[in-house]
Design a protein. Structure first.
Length: 357
């Protein structure tokens, strides 16, 4: 009887050992090992279960492909498309440095557990993503995705043969936006390795769209405030040229009226000259100060000179437009007051973030 019990016990232990061995070969175990490597600052364990080089190479390729495609999509002329092509080439040139910066800062975080103090000399290069600059460091990447240090994350795993898809839901705390990260793990024979951040580009796009929506909403309120302080009351033009009509100039006069209890000192914005269909054919950024502070109800005309260049868009049409009254659309972006204060539209989401402290 004792012998039978002993045999059963041995069988149970063997089954348990076999079951444990099987468990150690599953993607779930590798995900837990990644978590353990972070908590115990075990760089070797982390590198066993995360193919850092492949991960960041693919990450940069995916993000840059999306951003460059978006940039190229907005370029209608050959010069713009050439610029996008040059940008893509530059990314490939600096890609090894970007990968090195991300890898170095990631391993430093695993070793120290400190995301905020990453002093690697290669942590400084930036990713030229659609005009934005994302630092090639783990801290910069976490900031881009809205990851808060210490945020508790859960995950779900779906295994498909030798590939497993890991979904990690999280919340962008700043935007109060529910999101999820998706990763790929690959079976390496006895253990699994994380090899790809599948939806990094999609996440960045979603976050940028939400930031842009909030920026537009904030600027709509600012535009209403600007419109209550100053109004456009008319415009006119006259031409001037030498006797050979080689040097041509157009003078644009725009009249403003103050509607503010604070005297106005200056104005900044965009002037768009419109055709008969109210479509702009010439536009430029303009800035100026009034000859004297404008109290409520006072008017003043600011004049800007345009040196005509026949090779520049809209210049021929501007010169050919009849002198006198001109159809102009005025877009105000800034008004300055005599007391040194101002009201200004926001140029980026980063500026909006600063206003919220």
């Amino acid at each position: 009887m004792k012998k039978k019990i002993a045999l059963v016990a041995v069988g149970l232990l063997a089954a348990m050992a076999g079951g444990f061995y099987y468990y150690t070969t599953t993607p779930s175990y590798s995900v837990l090992q990644i978590r353990e490597s972070v908590e115990s600052h075990d760089v070797a364990l982390f590198e066993k279960h995360v193919d850092v080089d492949t991960l960041f190479n693919r990450l940069i390729d995916d993000v840059m492909a999306q951003q460059l495609a978006k940039s190229a999509g907005g370029e209608k002329d050959a010069w713009g498309k050439l610029g996008s092509a040059i940008g893509a080439g530059m990314v490939q040139m600096i890609k090894p440095t970007l990968v090195s910066g991300l890898k170095s800062s990631t391993l430093q975080y695993i070793e120290t557990g400190d995301l905020s103090k990453q002093g690697s000399p290669t942590a400084g290069p930036t990713l030229p993503a659609g005009g934005a600059t994302e630092k090639a460091s783990l801290h910069g990447m976490a900031a881009n995705f809205g990851m808060e240090e210490g945020q508790v994350l859960d995950y779900q795993i779906e295994q498909r043969g030798k590939v497993a898809m890991v979904t990690v839901p999280y919340r962008n705390e700043e935007l109060d936006l529910p999101l999820q990260m998706q990763f790929t793990l690959r079976d390496q024979g006895g253990y699994w390795q994380l090899v790809q951040f599948n939806n990094a580009a999609e996440l960045i796009s979603t976050i940028e769209q939400e930031q842009q929506r909030r920026l537009v909403a904030a600027n709509s309120r600012i535009e209403a405030e600007l419109g209550s302080r100053v109004q456009f009351v008319g415009s006119e033009k006259h031409n001037e040229a030498d006797k050979w009509e080689i040097n041509k100039k157009v003078y644009l006069g725009v009249a403003f009226e103050s509607m503010s209890d604070q005297p106005l000192k200056g104005w900044t914005g965009t002037l768009e000259v419109l055709d008969a269909d109210l479509q702009p054919y010439f536009a430029f950024n303009a800035n100026g100060e009034f000859d004297q502070p404008l109290a409520r109800g006072m008017r003043e005309t600011m004049v800007w000179k345009v040196d005509i260049n026949q090779f520049m868009d809209g210049h021929k049409e501007l010169w050919a437009a009849p002198e006198g009254k001109l159809n102009v659309r005025v877009k105000t972006s800034l008004v300055r007051f005599d007391d040194g204060t101002s009201i200004e539209k926001l140029g980026s989401y980063a500026e909006l973030r600063k206003t919220k402290g």
